[in-house]
Structures are given as C-alpha cells and as structure tokens.
Design a protein around this ligand. Structure first.
Ligand code: DP6
Length: 358
C-alpha cells in the first residue's frame, strides 16, 4: 500500500525546516512478543489488535545543522523530556549510518498522548510508531520516495525503535514475525493479517482496567533480555509459533471459546515468564489478580463472551464483542465488582490505524 499523499508532494532536496505530523495508535498483542535476538529481531512472531482511543500525536520539525550526527529535542505536552530525547537521539544516530536524509539534521519533536502517562499504559508502541511515521514522511519528502512501500518502511523503522511499535502502523489485526501460516510475514516489519477475520471479531472492544498508575519496576527491554538463558524460553517460543496458527483458525471461524482460551493463556504465560526469569520479577499487582478472578467468575455465571489480556504491566485489557457491551457495562458498574471508579477504565476498541495530520 502506498502512502496516498506520496504522489501529491513535489520531491524536494531543500530540507530547511520541513515537518511531518502523524497520529498513531497503541496496540495490544494477543500472541505476545517476549524475547528478541540481534538487531531487534523477535524470537517469535506476534499478533496484535491496533487500538483507536489510545494514541500519540507527534510533530517532527527538521532543521539543518553543521554537524553530521543528528540532534534531537523532545517535548511531551510542551515540557522538555531530556531522557527520552537522548533515547531518540541514539536511535537516529544509529539510523543515520544508513539513512543519508538524517545526517546534518536537528529534529525538534513535539508529542501528545491521549492517555495519561500516569495511567501506566505502554506508550512506546504509539509513541515510536508516530515518530517513525514522521521520519518515513520526511524521508519521502527529502528523497522523493521511500524504497518500496511507505508503511512497510515506517514499520521497519518503528521495529528498530521498539518492537511492538512495528505493528501500530497498520489498523486492525497485525502480525510481526515470520510464520508459515502468514504469507508475506517478516521478522523485519509487520503486516496486516492477510486473511479474513470473522465478523464476531470486527471492532472488538478493549476496555483497559487501570490497576496501578506507578512506573514499571522492570522495563520491557530488560524483560526481553531476561529471556536469554531463561529455562523455559525454547518451549515458550515454540508455543507462540503454534498459537499463531490456532489463533488464525479462531479468528477466521469466529470461535470465541478458542480465542478467549488462547488469549488468556498467552497473557498468563507472559507473566509466568517474568515470574520464572532469573532474577524473577512481577508486574501484576493485587488489584490485577482480583480483576482476573472477577472476569472468570462473571463469565462462568453469565456466559458473557469476555476475556482478558495483559501487556507488560499491571493493567487488565477486557476484550469482548459489541453484542456484550450491555453486560460488561453492568459488570463494571455493579457495586460488588471491585468498586472501580470510571476514571480507572479506558474504553478503547479495534481501530483503523494511523492518520497523517496536516
Ligand atoms: C509484553 O515492544 O515494548 O507488550 O522492543 O524492547 O521496545 P522493545 O519492547 P516492547 O515489548 C512489548 C512486549 C509486550 C508484548 C507485545 O506487545 O507483543
């Protein structure tokens, strides 16, 4: 798929003060990426749903400078963030070795997330994908084209910034990592799933129950590296390969039970890997466990099509089709169910992917 705006812009070699602006959503993995090798190559393929309400908007302004290595300023809601600017700078310096358009440039980056940083929602997928979509647009403006497909290029750049960000450049159901059941899949970039999804899973809801607002004790990056030498790593990676095939069948046939079983099993396996790392660590909180138990009981008692997943953090993602909206609302509002206040629930759902902003 070509960027629809690619042909409407005159290629230019004049790069003083050019800019690009993208909105890019977060995503939630059903089959998890946990463990990597070499230059940000996943140890196993992953499959995610791109969300809609949780997104990052990023504006990158590119200026010419005298020194060859790129410089980066980063502002979140107008406030300078030197630590994150340094992470982006290192990423850009590394990239500039092969991407000529980044040499002799300063990038002034302004970002805004729709979800509060303090909600503990992972922002790297939306943040890094928004930034890399901007880079791909700037590359296109400067060189007249990006090699090959625009979104593939953006996904490849995003993968190098943060693995899960590679999936956020597409809407809907997305696979990153080579798998025989997913034609066209690659370890280098993500692709939209190349098969039809059953209507049951169209516009799937993902309501995020915020269980803890604190900073994570262990970063994803550190967690991934603990999969090296992990006693169960080999079996985990094989399991993820098998789970892509099982999930494909469930998504195609509309098999909710198979979908729910696999999705929850993936989430719990991810956290089991954390608990059995050396050293071990735990990102779930007491409230997380209460919510997981609550979902299971509610499902058993009412037969509602609802299941949960988790990312590398304490918050619970409740997944359910539109037909169950009424029941889930009732569950969350009922007084005996964990007494959750409305600001601790973020109502999101499957979305259509990033948008280029003028
Ligand atoms: C548990 O993409 O945040 O959310 O590549 O080191 O930036 P880096 O890690 P990151 O890891 C995401 C892990 C996960 C599962 C997933 O999104 O597939």
């Amino acid at each position: 798929m070509k960027n629809p705006e690619a042909n409407s812009k005159e290629p230019t070699t004049c790069t003083s003060d050019i800019q690009s602006r993208w909105r890019s959503p977060s995503n939630i993995a059903l089959v998890k990426y946990w463990g990597k090798k070499g230059p940000q190559i996943p140890a196993n393929p992953s499959l995610s749903i791109t969300l809609s309400a949780c997104y990052t908007e990023t504006l990158v302004n590119m200026q010419e400078i005298d020194s060859p290595d790129p410089e980066v300023e980063f502002y979140l809601d107008g406030q300078p963030q030197p630590a994150f600017a340094e992470r982006l700078r290192k990423f850009c310096v590394d990239l500039a070795r092969e991407k000529e358009f980044l040499r002799y440039k300063r990038l002034v980056v302004h970002s805004h997330n729709t979800f509060p940083h303090s909600a503990g929602i992972a922002s790297s997928a939306s943040g890094m994908s928004a930034f890399c979509l901007c880079l791909a647009s700037l590359e296109e403006k400067i060189t007249g084209d990006v090699k090959g497909d625009f979104f593939r290029e953006a996904s490849q750049l995003a993968r190098r910034a943060s693995g899960s960000a590679s999936r956020s450049v597409y809407g809907g159901y997305v696979v990153w990592g080579e798998h025989p059941d997913v034609p066209g899949s690659s370890d280098d970039f993500a692709i939209p799933v190349p098969w039809d999804i059953h209507p049951l899973f169209h516009g799937l809801n993902d309501w995020i129950v915020v269980c803890d607002r604190g900073e994570k004790a262990v970063s994803s990056r550190a967690g991934h590296s603990l999969m090296e030498g992990h006693p169960f790593a080999r079996e985990r990676f094989n399991q993820a390969f098998r789970n892509i095939s099982v999930l494909r069948l469930a998504l195609q046939s509309g098999d909710w039970s198979a979908f729910a079983f696999l999705t929850e099993h993936e989430a719990l396996t991810l956290h089991a890997m954390m608990l059995t790392s050396r050293p071990w660590f735990m990102l779930m909180k007491p409230q997380t466990l209460l919510v997981l138990e609550g979902v299971r009981k509610f499902r058993e008692q009412t037969g509602t099509q609802i299941c949960f997943t988790l990312d590398a953090g304490p918050n619970v993602h409740l997944l359910f089709p539109d037909s169950e909206l009424h029941h889930v609302n009732e569950l969350l509002m009922s007084r005996d169910w964990l007494n959750l206040s409305p600001e601790n629930i973020i109502r999101d759902k499957e979305g259509t992917g990033p948008i280029k902003l003028s």
